[in-house]
Design a protein. Structure first.
Length: 722
């Protein structure tokens, strides 16, 4: 392990809770992989409180490491392992912290502290803080992807987007070349005018030359106009493709990918597409033209004077040196700006969505202060990047002055020694006047290129995430009669087990209720049945035959209706929200279904009936009305399994009674599972399961539970039996 390689692998933590994932990211870089802190936070279950050893273990396993979790007896045992490893240490203030260990020499150890740097510490120092003696040892396996492979995948991703545009980009480049060559006509004509036409007083050649230059310049502008239209159209089409592919990729990601992510972060990354498109257009357009212009001008200068040509060639490398010098600071600045923009966007959206809560608690001033702080942080990042860009621009412009003065000196010297004519000097200065802005633009475009690169990496991080399995699984060739769950276990990344061995059976013709306290895992259990999460251990059998994990996801979800706690209402009419974009021919089916379910009187009571606009996020609907809309939405698809998550929580008594009566009618044709902490649905259930501490502690009919330990009797007396 070379110390230089370890130092180059250093990833600094961005907050106190990031030390674990920063260590893991550093180890990934050490093995020549590519890591994103945000992805590692998700995989490891990192929260504001940090992450656990288990979380890091699970995350490393998912990205291609063989991980060994050990407990050492003393520091000297580290000398027996082949690093790197992550150690759980305790700082002086009692706070847990992670460091990465790489190697030992004599009585000192090379560690990577993500809050500081890579450094050597003695055995005594390490023993003092490494009280837990817990460590994880990492070794990449065949699934570990190195950065060159990932870069190839990224290139393939972007090439897939632009391959259809390559002919258009080549046409744009060719037109740019024509525009460049025609632009040189003024310089060439100026030289001829001064050195030949005017001294000879040749009026015929003057008129002919002026006419020719005028025609060439007119043609140049017409070609530029045509090329501009192509650029605009290509930009539109490319934007549609980039956004379409990104959006399509998001829709096909696992549901767990979206858990805990801010809406503003997704919006910010959608806007990254415009940066990418703009840069592609600039690279294929302006940059290509500028490069061609520089080459053509250098060739023209060479034809006039070898000495001036060498001066120009000698100064050009300094521009590349400037680009290299400012590359890392600009990259880091762009990354900081984009991250802070995501935070700002998320806060703004959260504020608007929670405006009623803010106002009801008179917290406008507090949120105003917080917004100013967050937005101020964002503007500070923009200011720092802008200042850096100005310094970069100043240095390149100063070099441009040196460039111009050097050419003037070279040309003047040649004229004074009669090695160059005045007209040739004017032509060379004309060419230099074209080269200098182009070279400056090429230097300045580094900022835009870095911005686009980071934008692409941020977009690719989401778009390349593992989607839901696209493999066609086993399809159920009959109606669903029962679902049997045995020993089901589940845990979120880095967290303790939430479900610890669930055993229950769901039967067609029965209304089953799963009772339990809030936060006990009931909703998670339903989302496992929706194939949103994969359980870690246990077995689910459908019709006592089909292994749940092998069932085709799309086929399964087409048979299952799921009504969550919070009903998503889209900005549109009641009818559109129930049908969710199905063709207008279904409208009559929606109304017929609502009449059959007994919901027609509720939806018809709105001002415009089913055509009533519900407003953004269903602002015009009550909580109970949203839940009825959600129920109608899933029943439109005629499910064989109906999963209801706290679905009566916002309903009044009459509406709840209406829906419970409806469930009694529906259960003969489907499996129905209700998870709730309310007693009332359990009173009409055919079977009740009680969930406590991740386990089923009681099961039976409502009467059996009432007769057994009088578990529901107090609640029973308070409820009007219907």
């Amino acid at each position: 392990m070379t110390e230089d390689k370890i130092r180059k692998s250093f990833v600094r933590q961005q907050s106190n809770s990031d030390c674990g994932v920063a260590c893991l990211a550093s180890i990934i870089k050490y093995f020549e992989g590519e890591a994103y802190l945000e992805q590692l936070r998700k995989l490891s279950g990192t929260t504001k409180e940090g992450t656990s050893i288990l979380g890091l273990y699970q995350a490393a396993g998912q990205i291609g490491f063989e991980v060994s979790a050990l407990n050492a007896k003393n520091v000297s045992q580290l000398k027996e392992i082949i690093g790197p490893a992550i150690l759980l240490v305790t700082l002086e203030e009692g706070r847990n912290h992670y460091i990465a260990y790489f190697k030992s020499e004599k009585e000192r150890n090379l560690i990577l502290d993500p809050s500081e740097s890579v450094k050597w510490i003695s055995d005594v120092e390490l023993d003092k803080i490494w009280k837990s003696k817990a460590l994880l040892i990492f070794k990449p396996n065949s699934e570990f992807e190195k950065s060159h492979v990932i870069k190839k995948e990224k290139l393939g991703w972007i090439m897939e987007l632009i391959k259809e545009d390559i002919p258009i980009l080549l046409i744009m480049g060719f037109l740019g070349l024509i525009i460049t060559v025609l632009g040189l006509s003024v310089g060439v004509f100026s030289q001829k005018l001064i050195d030949n036409i005017l001294p000879e007083k040749n009026l015929k050649e003057l008129i002919l030359g002026l006419s020719l230059v005028g025609v060439l310049l007119l043609i140049r502008h017409l070609i530029a106009f045509t090329r501009g239209k192509i650029v605009i159209r290509q930009g539109r089409d490319l934007n549609l493709k980039i956004l379409g592919r990104f959006y399509g990729s998001l829709l096909r990601l696992q549901k767990s990918f979206f858990d805990g992510r801010n809406t503003g972060d997704f919006i910010a990354r959608m806007s990254d597409a415009q940066r990418i498109q703009k840069t592609i257009s600039v690279v294929s357009g302006e940059i290509m033209v500028d490069i061609l212009l520089i080459i053509v001008c250098l060739v023209a200068v060479f034809s006039y004077s070898m000495e001036v040509f060498l001066i120009m060639i000698g100064l050009l490398p300094f521009y590349f040196w400037i680009v290299y010098k400012y590359n890392v600071p600009i990259t880091n600045g762009q990354r900081d700006v984009m991250k802070s923009y995501s935070i700002t966007e998320s806060h703004f959206i959260d504020t608007l969505q929670g405006i009623s809560t803010i106002k009801s608690l008179n917290k406008q001033d507090e949120f105003d202060t917080k917004n100013r702080s967050i937005y101020g942080f964002f503007q500070d990042k923009i200011y720092k990047l802008g200042t850096l860009g100005l310094r970069f621009g100043l240095v390149s412009n100063v070099l441009g002055v040196v460039f111009t003065v050097s050419i003037l000196i070279g040309c003047s010297y040649q004229v004074l020694n009669s090695n160059m004519k005045i007209g040739e000097m004017v032509a060379i200065l004309s060419f230099a006047g074209l080269v200098i802005p182009s070279v400056n633009k090429l230097a300045m475009v580094n900022i835009q290129l870095q911005e686009a690169r980071i934008a692409f990496e941020r977009m690719y991080e989401f778009a390349s995430s593992t989607p839901e399995s696209t493999e066609v699984g086993e399809k159920i060739n009959s109606n669903i009669e029962d679902i049997k769950i045995h020993g089901l276990q589940f845990r979120f990344p880095g967290a303790k087990a939430l479900l610890k061995g669930i055993n229950l059976t769901l039967q067609k013709g029965e209304l089953t209720v799963l009772l339990g306290d809030s936060g006990g895992g009931k909703s998670t259990f339903i989302q496992i049945l929706m194939k949103f999460y994969e359980y870690t251990h246990g077995e689910i059998l459908v019709n006592s035959l089909f292994d749940f994990k092998n069932i085709d996801t799309n086929d399964w979800r087409s048979r299952v209706g799921y009504v969550p706690q919070e009903i998503k209402v889209f900005n549109g009419t009641i009818l559109e929200n129930i049908s969710l974009g199905i063709s207008d021919s279904v409208d009559s089916l929606v109304i017929a279904l609502c009449k059959e379910l007994g919901l027609d009187s509720i939806f018809s009571s709105f001002p415009l009936g089913y055509e009533t606009l519900v407003g953004e996020a269903g602002i015009n609907l009550s909580g109970g009305q949203k839940q009825l809309l959600g129920l109608a939405r899933v029943l439109l698809n005629k499910p064989e399994v109906l999963l209801l998550d706290e679905f009566t929580g916002a309903m009044d008594r009459n509406t709840e009674n209406l829906v419970l009566e409806l469930l009694m009618k529906l259960k003969s044709n489907m499996i129905i599972l209700v998870v709730t902490h309310k007693i009332k649905p359990a009173l009409i259930a055919d079977r009740v399961y009680i969930l406590e501490d991740g386990r089923i502690v009681k099961e039976g009919t409502t009467r059996e539970l009432l007769d057994g330990e009088n578990l529901l009797s107090s609640a029973y007396k308070e409820i009007v039996q219907f």
